[in-house]
Ligand binder design. Structure first.
Ligand code: GRF
Length: 221
């Protein structure tokens, strides 16, 4: 049975597009059942047909919980197996996270646990890091702190700016997210407490995206 995926996005939606393309070319056996945004003008919404779009202006809600509850009800109504935050820039409240616990994923542009939160590319540059990258992880109430499933690394090059570095990272985000979703829809990945299991075995270190776009245990190229 095709797994049902809901996507939360606040902006451009290039990660969503990578997932849509993988579905269209048959390399990901899944279905996008809804795209949800806290920003009605988000470009991400335009990437799917009108009936799949849901958006509300989060700023027009007095309390975070009210927005989250409506969002959660709308997500639940499309009966997703998995919910993916792909460039969703609003913090999700604990109640939302707990409601969808174990099937809520996020893509974050840093090599977690480094640089939780915002300005990840600038912070990597400021720290003089030689390497930067992107992580896909399970979402827990603490920000960007859930169990990391997989990462892709990129070099930081001399003369890099936040623009050049973020573009290099973004190129790896798309295959990373699709590769993780392939494992997820095949039922091979699960969250167990604070860890991730692959085929029932605990992952002690995140998987690593190799140059061919395959996920391998860390340390193997
Ligand atoms: C990506 O860098 C993602 O990792 C981060 O926000 C950005 C969203 O890009 N969370 P897009 O909207 O998918 O193009």
């Amino acid at each position: 049975m095709r797994r049902r995926i809901a996507v939360l996005a606040s902006g451009r939606g290039s990660n969503l597009q990578a997932v849509l393309d993988a579905i269209a070319t048959g390399s990901l056996d899944a279905e996008i059942v809804g795209v949800f945004s806290d920003k009605p003008a988000a470009q991400a919404l335009q990437r799917v047909s009108e009936p799949l779009r849901w958006s509300r202006d989060a700023k027009s809600y007095a309390a975070r919980e009210d927005f989250d509850r409506e969002l959660g009800d709308a997500v639940a109504a499309c009966a997703p197996d998995w919910i993916v935050c792909a460039g969703y820039l609003r913090i999700l409240g604990d109640a939302f996270v707990e409601r969808f616990s174990g099937r809520l994923l996020n893509i974050h542009p840093s090599l977690l646990p480094k640089y939780r939160g915002l300005r990840t590319h600038a912070r990597a540059l400021e720290a003089g890091d030689e390497e930067h990258g992107v992580s896909v992880h399970f979402v827990i109430p603490a920000l960007d702190a859930g169990a990391v499933i997989a990462q892709a690394r990129v070099p930081v090059l001399p003369g890099d700016t936040t623009e050049t570095l973020s573009a290099r990272v973004l190129e790896r985000e798309h295959p990373l997210l699709v590769a993780v979703l392939r494992l997820v829809v095949a039922g091979r990945l699960n969250e167990r407490g604070t860890t991730v299991t692959l085929d029932g075995h605990t992952l002690f270190t995140p998987l690593h995206l190799d140059c061919a776009g395959r996920l391998a245990p860390s340390g193997h190229q």
